[in-house]
Design a protein around this ligand. Structure first.
Ligand code: DCP
Ligand code: MG
Length: 409
């Protein structure tokens, strides 16, 4: 189900909350396509609880944090599978990278959800609702997974919106609709309202967010204390002063790809390096960063792996620059002729792009290259990441399919 409300891209609804649908279950099902459409529960661990359940299982009342024994009683036909945490982390990293391609203002909240402030991304990528559609399309195309996106003027309303349109939904709450959207919802939908607070509100006869908004602050204070009363009262009136605080600890950007068949041909590997260099450069530019150190990773058919890195004279965020270095590292590594299963490009030792200026790229036509990169960024975001690629990336013939490997150690 996809629901959309409100006008297209209202000014002021600039916060997105992105949350993957049935995340652990959906990722596990990628490796078990025969189970699609069936009730599946990811569970286990010392406490024996449900970690994630497909929507087919949820139809029976199964939900996360429920004891597995109870879930089995509610839905005896459900298949219970153990979690595959490495795969979830890997997918999570790539999804977060998709989000950071849009804006550096990304605040991950957990393994499968994040807030974005897209107010500065409008000029490049369109209205917030267009950006939300683009993110959903890219996550589906790249990972085969659905997510739900809430678009609103504040973080907590965006989060409620994404929850309300799950699964596979998009819900826009324009600023003028915030109160009408919030007030009919139960008090438990508010951030910070757990069981105890819900019970305290209930004793006051407050069942909906609208009830809290109408309740005198003094009454709330008596029941909940000063801080909680202030907090809930502000939220119930749609006020939330928090800003999306990006995780700025990121020290490197990388892109890697497991080839659909093992490849020994140098030309084909060079094309892969070119494509990955473009991805890395795009991610750098989206974050306003430049790299001083370019690295490559090559994993052979027998899973042995080599990495090489080189520090540049000047930082760069130009695709061609990163590619040239990656290609040189590849040629110098003396690994020609060996069958390769995975190729990666990494940019480390990051610095602010603004401090370097793009004119410093050591290219014959640095300005032209970086302009080309920028135009490609914009087109790629409008039409999908594969829309614009160097001509040398176009495959000469489609590779034969390889049986999907569910796990990539
Ligand atoms: N998770 C966990 N333990 C919990 C709850 C969740 O390990 N008590 C993990 C499994 C989930 C993932 O975190 O797949 C994301 O949590 P969500 O609450 O977003 O749940 P889902 O993504 O599974 O479902 P949905 O977001 O569609 O409601
Ligand atoms: Mg989720």
């Amino acid at each position: 189900m996809t629901s959309e409300a409100g006008p297209m891209g209202p000014m002021g609804s600039d916060i997105l909350h992105v949350d993957m649908d049935a995340f652990f279950a959906a990722v596990t099902l990628l490796g078990r396509p025969e189970l699609r459409g069936q009730p599946v529960i990811i569970g286990g661990g010392p406490r024996g609880v449900v970690l994630s359940a497909t929507y087919e299982a949820r139809a029976y009342g199964v939900h996360s944090a429920m004891p597995l024994a109870r879930a089995r009683r509610l839905c005896p036909s459900a298949l219970v599978l153990p979690p595959e945490r490495d795969r979830y982390q890997e997918v999570s990293r790539r999804v977060m990278a998709v989000l950071r391609d849009v804006t550096p203002l990304v605040a991950p909240l957990s393994v499968d959800e994040a807030f974005l402030d897209v107010s500065g991304a409008r000029r490049l990528f369109g209205t917030p609702v267009e950006i939300a559609r683009m993110i959903r399309a890219r996550v589906l195309a790249d990972e085969g997974l659905t997510c739900s996106v809430g678009v609103a003027p504040t973080m907590f309303v965006a989060k409620i919106a994404s929850t309300r349109c799950k699964p596979d939904g998009l819900l826009v709450v324009p600023p003028g609709d915030v109160l009408a959207f919030l007030h009919p919802l139960p008090t438990s939908a508010l951030w910070g309202v757990g069981r105890a607070t819900e019970a305290a509100l209930d004793r006051l006869g407050l069942r909906t967010i609208g009830d809290i908004a109408d309740c005198p602050l003094l009454t709330l204070r008596h029941a909940l204390g000063d801080a909680a009363a202030q907090h809930l009262h502000a939220l119930a009136h749609g006020r939330d002063e928090r800003a999306v605080d990006p995780d700025t600890t990121e020290v490197s950007v990388s892109a890697e790809h497991t080839l659909s068949v093992d490849v020994a041909e140098a030309d084909q590997l060079a094309r892969e390096l070119l494509r990955l260099s473009g991805q890395v450069a795009r991610r750098l530019r989206a974050r306003g960063r430049a790299t001083r150190t370019v690295g490559i990773k090559i994993r052979f058919a027998d899973f042995t792996t080599v990495t090489r890195a080189r520090t540049l004279r000047e930082p760069t965020d130009v695709s061609q620059e990163i590619y040239r270095t990656a290609l040189a590292l590849f040629r110098e590594a003396g690994i020609a002729g060996r069958a390769v299963r995975l190729v990666g490009v990494r940019a480390a030792n990051l610095t602010e792009a603004g401090a370097t200026g793009h004119q410093l790229a050591i290219d014959e036509r640095p300005a032209a290259w970086s302009q080309l990169d920028r135009a490609t960024d914009a087109a790629g975001h409008r039409f999908g990441a594969g829309a614009v690629a160097p001509a040398s990336l176009l495959p000469r013939q489609p590779p034969p399919p390889r049986a999907p490997k569910p796990h990539n150690p």
